[in-house]
Design a protein around this ligand. Structure first.
Ligand code: FAD
Length: 475
């Protein structure tokens, strides 16, 4: 993707030496080969460039970096696990990368208050495990959890597969510590659920994609650890039937329904074809599948799941279903789902969408988008999958079989514009959970309220008057 933006001023050797002095020689990366992994991203859509990657080990070091950057107007790009999908963590114009990965301490787990305070660079899976060791649940869960970080999760307001029951990242953060562009440290690491002392500033930084400051730590909410988890893989005929099954599951299981993922047959086929050790969980093929999970503090999850499936079968909604009998079968079902994005790569070019519409509109959205996309590009293969329970579908489109990937990818914006027009007509969002970054930046003014955009610009100007904090992202 071509990003047009003015180049950052070159860094003098003296200034590099001053940044180096802040983090120490070992943690100021200047060798091109060592910098390279910070410049590419998962989808290979963006290739960045940077003369310097700084790897601070403390909030004080992040603060010193920001002070120095402000003094010399040096643009900074915060980066966590580098798993973001919209180019927000990539230095597109030679900015200095501030990697938080060394800030990986869990400062405190407080089971009595149900909180955990993590530094920004803690990997999500590490946070989940530490909560589990304390007999608690940290419910944020997504395919990249082995490498994405708490700071990145909050900065993108990540959603994931458990948002249905626990909400998105924003709802899991009680407090934040943030270094502002001028180096001041905002200490708002509160454990309080109730605190009505003025503006709730944490929400400005959550979902800001690093454009307003660098999150250095967060106090997160913990939940009771479920005693029982039951997972089913269901074959059915259509998204409309999946929606009816969702309604049954919600009325039977209420808050115990933690995941409800809709998977098109082609997405499942890709996972089985290209994933390692992935098998079809059902004996026969179906046009659509649902991966559904219940988690309960009591031992009643399996019984509730069986009741949902029985009702679904009696109502002619469920055609076939498999229930995971043990942890390894459950892991196998989730592997099939989690490999879905990666499994699209060997199929050639893939044009991505991360959209949400009101839950009830999902079947119509998929039908309309399929018709429009295949009319525009005959042979194009829609691969919809995602979080039906949240109305959030990853509406990806793979290139026609035997076509040219480059020709297909050249139509990215054309396909996006068409799909996003359907989304907007249905009252939806063009970015449900991945953010804006640079990928959707130019579309934002077309889909967001004018007053909202002007307030966003005002907040940006107030918190980052020199424009050094992840410039060119979001706005
Ligand atoms: P990065 O990629 O490093 O950064 C992302 C953004 O946050 C950038 O704008 C960056 O500048 C900013 N940032 C990072 N750290 C900080 C910080 N400490 N302070 C300020 N700004 C910061 N997302 C979902 O919501 N749901 C999913 O189900 C989901 N599944 C995914 C599956 C796969 C296989 C992959 C590769 C990605 C998936 N994502 C998903 C994308 C998701 O945004 C990221 O995985 C994750 O939340 C980003 O964390 P990160 O540490 O990798 O951040």
């Amino acid at each position: 993707m071509n990003i047009v933006q003015p180049a950052a001023p070159p860094l003098s050797p003296e200034l590099i030496a001053r940044f180096r002095a802040v983090v120490g020689d070992k943690y100021a990366v200047t060798e091109p080969a060592d910098i390279a992994p910070y410049l590419t991203e998962e989808r290979e859509l963006f290739q960045g460039r940077s003369p310097l990657v700084l790897r601070p080990g403390s909030t004080a070091e992040v603060s010193a970096i920001c002070k120095l950057a402000s003094e010399y107007r040096i643009a900074l790009v915060p980066q966590g696990g580098n798993t973001g999908l919209v180019g927000g963590q990539t230095p597109h114009h030679g900015e200095v990368v501030v990697s938080t990965r060394r800030m990986d301490k869990i400062r405190e787990v407080d089971p009595a208050s149900n909180t955990m305070t993590c530094e920004a660079g803690v990997v999500l899976q590490v946070a989940q495990r530490r909560a589990s060791d304390a007999d608690r649940l940290f419910p944020l869960s997504l395919g990249a959890e082995g490498s994405c970080t708490i700071g990145g999760n909050l900065s993108t307001n990540a959603g994931g597969t458990a948002a249905l029951a626990y909400g998105v990242a924003r709802e899991m953060a009680l407090g934040l510590e943030v270094v502002l562009a001028d180096g001041r440290v905002l200490n708002a690491l509160s454990k309080l659920k109730k605190d009505n002392t003025g503006y709730d500033l944490r929400h400005l930084f959550i979902g800001a994609e690093g454009t307003l400051g660098i999150i250095t730590a967060a106090t997160l909410k913990l939940f009771p650890k479920p005693r029982a988890v039951a997972t089913a893989y269901v074959g059915l005929k259509s998204p409309a039937k999946a929606l009816r099954l969702l309604a049954i599951a919600q009325s039977e299981a209420a808050g115990s329904l933690t995941s409800f993922e809709l998977l098109a047959d082609i997405a499942v086929d890709f996972s089985i074809r290209h994933g390692i050790d992935i098998r079809d969980p059902l004996g026969s093929k179906h046009p659509w599948y649902v991966l559904m999970e219940l988690s309960s503090p009591r031992d009643d999850a399996s019984a509730a799941l069986e009741a949902i499936l029985a009702k679904g079968m009696a109502d002619g909604i469920v055609d076939d279903a498999a229930i995971a009998a043990n942890l390894s079968q459950r892991a196998a079902l989730w592997k099939l789902r989690d490999e879905m994005s990666a499994a699209q790569k060997p199929e050639g070019g893939s044009i991505k969408h991360d959209i949400s519409v009101p839950v009830a509109a999902v079947p119509d959205f998929i039908a309309e988008a399929d018709a429009a996309v295949t009319k525009l590009i005959p042979g194009a293969r829609p691969v919809p999958f995602g979080h039906l329970g949240d109305g959030n579908i990853h509406y990806n489109v793979s290139q026609p079989v035997g076509g040219h990937a480059a020709d297909f990818m050249a139509r990215w914006h054309e396909v996006n514009a068409m799909v996003h027009a359907i989304v907007m007509r249905m009252g939806g969002s063009i970015s449900a959970e991945h953010g804006i970054g640079v990928l959707k930046r130019d579309e934002l003014p077309d889909v967001k309220d004018e007053v909202a955009i002007s307030l966003m610009r005002g907040i940006k100007a107030m918190l980052d008057p020199l424009g050094i904090m992840n410039p060119g992202k979001v706005l």
